[in-house]
Write a protein that binds this ligand. Structure first.
Ligand code: TMP
Length: 212
């Protein structure tokens, strides 16, 4: 049994920030400390959410309105909280979620220029008081991230966006980090993987204390 407190942890960053490998490292780190984990992602995490993800990331609805996109992100999130995240936290599990509402502020707010008040309204409606305990923001310059992301599979509906879209996304993330210093820890993800992992493990030690 873990004596450590269950946490709701989210991981954020622009494309090519190295979320997947760093999430795997974080998983290993927390498992060693005795955390029982729920590993999940947004948009997605439930059967309904994964179907919404396909619609959101695929190209079948390339011209969907930004408001439709925003509402579908929150629809997937409502289901995710209800069916997965809240039950896991109630069971004492630590939840590691690959993206959450900061991504909505960054992509739909920063990228698509939807007003922040509308996003806040939906956040309160869908989440009530639920907010992450800790957010790890993997930050790196847009051109570095894009160069890494372009080496992967065919671009999804977001990856097709232009450089200035991702500059706005990155800036929105950094602004969130400035406004929520306690919750959001910025990691320099432009560094080689081992150095990024070192930063991650330092942040976790600062928060949880040294592992026994
Ligand atoms: P990824 O999880 O593979 O990075 O892809 C998810 C994409 O969805 C990514 O481009 C960011 C985008 N997204 C939003 O635009 N708003 C959101 O609220 C979330 C969770 C993701």
């Amino acid at each position: 049994m873990s004596l450590e407190q269950a946490l709701f942890i989210t991981v954020e960053g622009i494309e090519g920030a190295g979320k997947s490998s760093n999430i795997a490292y974080l998983q290993e780190l927390l498992e060693k400390r005795g955390h029982e984990l729920l590993m999940t992602r947004e948009p997605g995490g439930t059967e309904l959410g994964e179907q919404l993800r396909e619609l959101l990331l695929g190209h079948k609805h390339d011209g969907m309105s930004y408001k439709t996109e925003l509402l579908m992100m929150f629809a997937a999130r409502a289901e995710h909280l209800h069916a997965k995240i809240l039950p896991a936290l109630a069971e004492g599990k630590t939840v590691i979620c690959d993206r959450f509402t900061d991504a909505t502020y960054a992509y739909q707010g920063g990228g698509r220029l939807i007003d922040i008040e509308s996003i806040r309204l939906l956040e309160s409606f869908v989440q009530e008081e639920v907010r992450p305990d800790l957010t790890l923001l993997l930050d790196l310059p847009v051109n570095v991230g894009m160069a890494r992301a372009n080496q992967r599979s065919a671009p999804d509906r977001f990856e097709k966006e232009r450089h200035d879209f991702f500059e706005r996304v990155r800036n929105a993330y950094l602004e969130i980090a400035r406004q929520h210093k306690e919750r959001v820890k910025v990691i320099d993800a432009s560094k080689p993987l081992e150095q990024v992992q070192l930063q991650l493990s330092q942040v976790m030690t600062d928060i949880l204390g040294a592992a026994e």
